[in-house]
Design a protein around this ligand. Structure first.
Ligand code: DGI
Ligand code: FE
Ligand code: FE
Length: 390
């Protein structure tokens, strides 16, 4: 049998790898290609890289889609630094009489002489090099004949390289750009489900906090943190996406301290027509401009987060679970002390809709006492969520 070995960190495996694997299988008429994700030191996972387990799982997802592709966890199991010679020996112990092809990218290829036990490596397999860039081909051929002279067998494969790097894939994921041309759909799905590569948002939350601390004074900033904390609590309780709740809570008042004029400039710029009631009540402006801010300036592309900010002050008739959570969290965050806050806190422990209804009713009573106009969204929220309970 002809067996190919394809090692790398696969962090994550992407269409460049897959395309290369398929071309190699085809050109060398391999019976089997074994993908071998390398081990990695544990501290790497913290710096926005995926765990061994996740890298292995992503490779498996890909291998399962193609005949003749397999994944081996031998390097991951061995742990420590992954030496090619150890891997070859392990492969040899299983495939005693088979032809082994070691697939190498050009950077690996040029340093193969410095690998541990390189002359032994040369005896055990055929080196199979794939240029990363078209311009490299001449250098590669030259170096290949040098290696042949010292006893290696080398094949140089002419494969039009797909120039994708895992780094590029991770960057795109982090900045929320489209990734569909870079990764198979099922790998992307895995990454999103497991929140790999910073998609958990830890690094983003930090960044947003620093932006927020520049836009808000100390009290308003601390209020935002407390709403975010309460939103996390409610999200866990009611089975809502915790990261979205955290983010929406954190950012809900982001434009609260912007000068009036800037609100108006934003409405004009993004073509938002305010109703008469909205125009008269400046208190309502920050919810509208806040949603515009996170969409257009922070580039957070999430309708639900945006609407949670947009309707956090008034509520509205049909609110998503996240919208309810932010609306309620803003009422009952730990810094709130108004009359009735304890009642809403208690209600929020067992019924989110009821807490929305109570919040809307408190707002309406407060506005009536002060002879203020009541926004139709506030009334709709009150009617919609009170009607369940009478
Ligand atoms: O931004 P926060 O202070 O954290 O809280 P918020 O966004 O709920 O704003 C509360 C203020 O908004 C409070 O003064 C009441 C006012 N408000 C809420 N709903 C309405 C409203 N004001 C008017 N005029 N009409 C409403 O329907
Ligand atoms: Fe607010
Ligand atoms: Fe608030």
């Amino acid at each position: 049998m002809k067996i190919g070995i394809f090692g790398g960190s696969f962090d994550p495996i992407h269409n460049g790898h897959i395309n290369l694997a398929l071309s190699v299988i085809d050109m060398l008429t391999l019976n089997k290609l074994i993908i071998i994700p390398a081990s990695s030191p544990p501290h790497k996972e913290i710096s926005g890289l995926a765990s061994k387990n996740d890298r292995f799982n992503m490779c498996s997802i890909v291998a399962n889609c193609y005949d003749g592709m397999e994944v081996s966890c031998m390097e991951i199991k061995r742990g420590g630094k992954s030496y090619t010679i150890d891997t070859l020996k392990e492969i040899r112990s299983v495939y005693k009489d088979d032809e082994i092809y070691l697939i190498l990218g050009s950077d690996m290829f040029f340093s193969i002489k410095d690998f541990k036990c390189s002359s032994e490596i040369f005896k055990m397999c055929t080196l199979c090099v794939v240029p990363r860039r078209a311009q490299e081909t001449d250098c590669i051929r030259e170096y290949a004949s040098f290696l042949r002279n010292i006893g290696a067998s080398v094949v140089v494969l002419d494969i039009a390289p797909i120039e994708i790097s895992s780094t590029q894939v991770r960057e795109r994921l982090k900045s929320n750009r489209d990734i569909s041309k870079f990764l198979p759909g099922n790998v992307e799905q895995y990454i999103r489900e497991k929140r790999l590569y910073g998609l958990g948002g830890e690094y983003l939350i930090k960044e947003y906090k620093s932006i927020l601390s520049k836009l808000l004074d100390k009290n308003r900033y601390s209020h935002s943190i407390k709403v975010s904390e309460k939103a996390i609590y409610l999200a866990k309780k009611y089975g809502v996406d915790v990261r979205k709740a955290e983010l929406a809570g954190l950012l809900h008042d982001i434009t609260k301290q912007m000068p009036d004029k800037e609100h108006l400039i934003m409405f004009e710029k993004y073509n938002i027509k305010l109703s008469d009631i909205e125009l008269k009540n400046k208190k309502l402006w920050h919810a509208i401009s806040g949603a515009l801010y996170i969409k257009n300036i922070l580039k957070i592309d999430d309708e639900d987060i945006m609407n949670s900010v947009r309707y956090h002050t008034t509520g509205r008739e049909n609110m998503s679970e996240l919208e309810k959570i932010i609306f309620v969290a803003d009422f009952i965050s730990d810094d709130r002390v108004f009359n009735g806050v304890e009642t809403i806190r208690e209600i929020a422990e067992d019924n989110l809709d009821k807490a929305v209804a109570k919040g809307a009713s408190i707002t309406i009573v407060h506005l009536l006492e002060k002879n203020k106009l009541i926004d139709h969204n506030t009334l709709s929220a009150y009617n919609r969520y009170t009607s369940n309970f009478i």
